[in-house]
Design a protein around this ligand. Structure first.
Ligand SMILES: Nc1ncnc2c1ncn2[C@@H]1O[C@H](COP(=O)(O)OP(=O)(O)O)[C@@H](O)[C@H]1O
Ligand SMILES: O=P(O)(O)OC[C@H]1O[C@](O)(COP(=O)(O)O)[C@@H](O)[C@@H]1O
Length: 310
């Protein structure tokens, strides 16, 4: 089972705004809403790939109920924890003319400590050593950035694998707790290491140091270029297939989902890289944060080009 945790979910409102300009009146051409937040997106993609998943999330108000309804209609198992206030709405501005994607993410509601404790105790009561737990996305306002690190410790003691997809201090502290997997993008890895990189080999060496410190696999996503996959087995650049982009929001979550799914079904390194890049690209072809259908993902697998880096 792949459990996902989303402590700060979102209604993702994706608006197409041709020639989006700051300091000007912009008109929306197309609008759609998806149940979002990183863990929820991972569950959507795992389910679309045919894997078993359950989404644990903190939900608030009408937006929270809407998200729960959406997951229900997609037949994705959800363990919702109700909190006061209103789940956030994140605005995603896609400009098809300039090819830009601009995210404006709300902070979301504040949540009581008790709600966080409830989520952790539910997780602890569910997980077995065969499960993966994906901790993903920003933490609610006021929550200690050390929270993911302490949950990684707790879940690790119970023998399950933990995936962490976060940024800033939550990522830095989380890495010290040695999750099984992280997927920073390049700016996130730069912030984590406090430096810029010269080339892909430099990035791969940095990721290899993280693997030597005890993280089993590090995937550094590079947008349309693809991603670097680094583990004890080696370091590879997997190039993303060239596709017509709808919205890249959620592509990173698709890669996390594909790696988790691959591990659960026992795919080897090359199969994992191919499926992950196909999944990221297929997701980028969708509008909004919809999970791409499995047959589209499968049709892209053979377009992934893999090169050994180290
Ligand atoms: N324009 C694109 N074309 C094809 N694949 C893409 C494109 N943008 C992103 N992807 C895929 O999605 C993955 C994650 O994208 P990235 O932007 O690096 O993540 P994040 O959203 O977490 O910053 C990439 O590694 C790649 O596989
Ligand atoms: O929790 P954060 O960091 O604010 O991010 C939340 C946003 O990230 C997303 O999960 C998309 O993430 P990626 O584009 O990195 O895959 C959106 O659905 C959501 O609005």
């Amino acid at each position: 089972m792949i459990y996902t945790v989303t402590l700060n979910p979102a209604v993702d409102k994706t608006a197409q705004v041709p020639n989006f300009s700051i300091d000007a009146v912009n008109r929306i051409e197309e609008l759609r809403q998806d149940a979002g937040g990183k863990g929820i997106n991972v569950s959507k993609v795992v389910a679309a790939l045919g894997g078993e998943t359950e989404a644990l999330c903190l939900l608030a108000g009408n937006a929270g109920r809407w998200i729960q309804g959406q997951l229900g209609s997609m037949r994705i198992a959800c363990d919702p924890f109700e909190v006061a206030g209103e789940t956030r709405t994140n605005l995603k501005l896609v400009d098809p003319i300039r090819g830009t994607h601009t995210d404006i993410n709300e902070p979301g509601p504040t949540v009581p400590r008790e709600a966080l404790a409830e989520v952790l105790s539910a997780l602890v009561s569910k997980v077995t050593g065969d499960d993966v737990v994906v901790l993903a996305g920003s933490l609610p306002v006021g929550v200690s950035p050390a929270l993911y690190a302490s949950w990684i410790d707790e879940l690790g003691r119970r023998g399950c694998r933990t995936y962490l997809d976060a940024d800033g201090e939550a990522l830095r502290l989380g890495v010290e707790a040695r999750p099984s997997f992280i997927k920073p993008n390049l700016p996130e890895l730069s912030e984590l290491c406090g430096r810029r990189f010269q080339d892909n080999a430099d990035v791969a060496r940095t990721a290899r140091d993280l693997v030597a410190d005890g993280i089993s696999r590090v995937v550094v996503s590079l947008g349309s270029e693809g991603a670097l996959f680094v583990s004890e087995a080696g370091a590879w650049l997997a190039r993303a297939p060239k596709v017509t982009v709808g919205s890249t929001v959620g592509s990173g979550d698709s890669v996390v989902a594909a790696v988790a799914y691959s591990e659960q079904v026992g795919l080897a390194e090359e199969g994992t890289m191919r499926l992950s890049m196909a999944c990221g690209a297929a997701n980028a072809m969708q509008s909004g944060t919809q999970a791409a259908p499995r047959d589209l993902v499968d049709s892209l697998v053979s377009d992934v080009v893999i090169e050994q880096v180290l």
